[in-house]
Design a protein around this ligand. Structure first.
Ligand code: SAH
Length: 391
């Protein structure tokens, strides 16, 4: 294995366990590794640092797979995936779960979602992509799944020089499946749904609205396939309206309402949330609960300011649509906006809307997406419920 020596002054980050090594942290490479090859990483004094895969095309040149001098082979991936599964079982996430959450499971750039007997996989870096077959073999050995699907149709792959692609990694199967969550059922389109088809990261947070929606008139924006809204109906809301800009998502959401026999309480429409929140506020519409779960408004540090403006805008509008004493349920799914910055943004929105807020709940993502302290990208979801009263 080719050896890579780090500079003397490297960020303590690496010594403290962070798996990413940037180009400017490398002193020299003793050889010419091909993109995606495994390399042995050593500190400047020659001490062993770990084994990872390298990609000179990527800004993150090396991602470490292990800190021990062990053999990285097919069996290694089997052990790691088994360990990830054992962990999910221990913490109580078995039927549907994020089985592998990349760096947090010591498998950088690998995402695997388990939807009962089906698995959806993303290999987001070249070094991980090379092990795709080994990963599929491990899934077959551990789970005997009904199907495995690849959702590598994601733009970040181009940063690694990889193609965007999707398709079967098992015998073909019907990619429209049904999953259960919190006593409800949801259609999931593994082939054409967003990301891996379904947002498992909010599975616990969907339960957190249980009491505040009772007998309420609820508006949910950025609904996708209607999960929060259908939960609201199930938990006793009087009426629920969910909106999303995607016609496809809205069609699936209405199908989900029918599947749960809640179509008399909840319905969905395709609209732009930015327009609707503004217009309906002007018209004086009022709700008891407003729920917002927008997409990541930024993917880069340069546009954090713009993202904050977006979050402030929709939350301010959302608060204005609330009756006195109503609840705002607000999420943000990008790690670039830190929990502190998110709360500060909500605070500013409340100030501008002339509302007083009281925190009910503040959570991150479900525990099957573990947060590793010191790895900011693992702590990405903010889920907030506040009571909103007039000043
Ligand atoms: N709450 C959902 C996830 C929402 S993902 C769940 O728990 O499953 C964000 C959604 O916002 C996507 O479905 C996307 O189509 C939608 N979206 C993006 N921009 C929008 C806009 N301007 N107006 C309404 N919806 C929008």
């Amino acid at each position: 294995m080719i050896k890579v020596y780090l500079k003397k002054k490297i960020a303590p980050r690496i010594a403290n366990g962070h798996p990413w090594i940037y180009g400017n942290e490398i002193d020299r490479v003793a050889g010419e590794p091909a993109a995606g090859d495994l390399v042995e990483v050593r500190y400047a004094d020659g001490k062993f640092a770990g084994i990872g895969y390298i990609n000179p095309k990527s800004q993150i040149q090396i991602r470490l797979l292990t800190r021990r001098p062990e053999t990285v082979d097919e069996n290694f991936f089997h052990r790691r995936i088994q360990a990830a599964w054992n962990y999910r079982k221990k913490i109580g996430y078995t039927e549907n779960c994020r089985l592998v959450f990349g760096e947090a499971d010591e498998m950088p750039a690998l995402i695997i979602d388990k939807f009962n007997d089906y698995f959806v996989l993303q290999t987001l870096s070249l070094g991980m992509d090379k092990w795709k077959q080994a990963i599929v073999n491990a899934l077959n050995e551990i789970f005997s799944p009904k199907g495995i699907y690849e959702r590598n149709d994601v733009p970040v792959r181009t940063l690694e020089g990889l193609e965007q692609q999707k398709g079967f990694l098992s015998a073909p199967f019907d990619t429209n499946i049904i999953i259960r969550e919190n006593d409800l059922q949801f259609h999931v389109d593994l082939e054409n749904g967003q990301k891996t088809g379904y947002f498992l990261d909010q599975q616990d947070n969907r339960r957190a609205i249980q009491h505040i929606v009772k007998d309420a008139e609820v508006l949910g924006a950025f609904t996708y396939t209607g999960t929060f809204e259908i939960h609201a109906a199930h938990y006793g809301a009087k009426s629920v309206l969910g909106i999303d800009i995607s016609e496809q998502a809205v069609a699936q959401a209405n199908k989900n309402a029918l599947l749960n026999r809640l179509e008399n309480i909840v319905h969905f429409e395709a609209m732009n949330a930015f327009d609707v929140l503004k217009d309906w506020g002007r018209e004086g519409r009022q709700y008891d609960v407003v729920m917002l779960d927008p997409p990541a408004f930024t993917k880069s540090r340069e546009s954090i300011g713009k993202a904050v403006t977006g979050y402030k805008e929709i939350n301010l509008r959302g608060m204005k649509l609330l009756r006195n004493g109503g609840f705002l349920v607000s999420s943000s799914c990008t790690n670039l906006v830190s929990p502190d910055l998110f709360l500060e943004t909500i605070y500013m929105a409340a100030k501008d809307a002339r509302k007083k807020i009281r925190q009910v709940t503040f959570n991150a993502q479900a525990a099957d997406h573990p947060v590793i302290w010191g790895m900011d990208n693992t702590n990405y979801l903010k889920f907030l419920i506040v009571e909103v009263t007039d000043k």
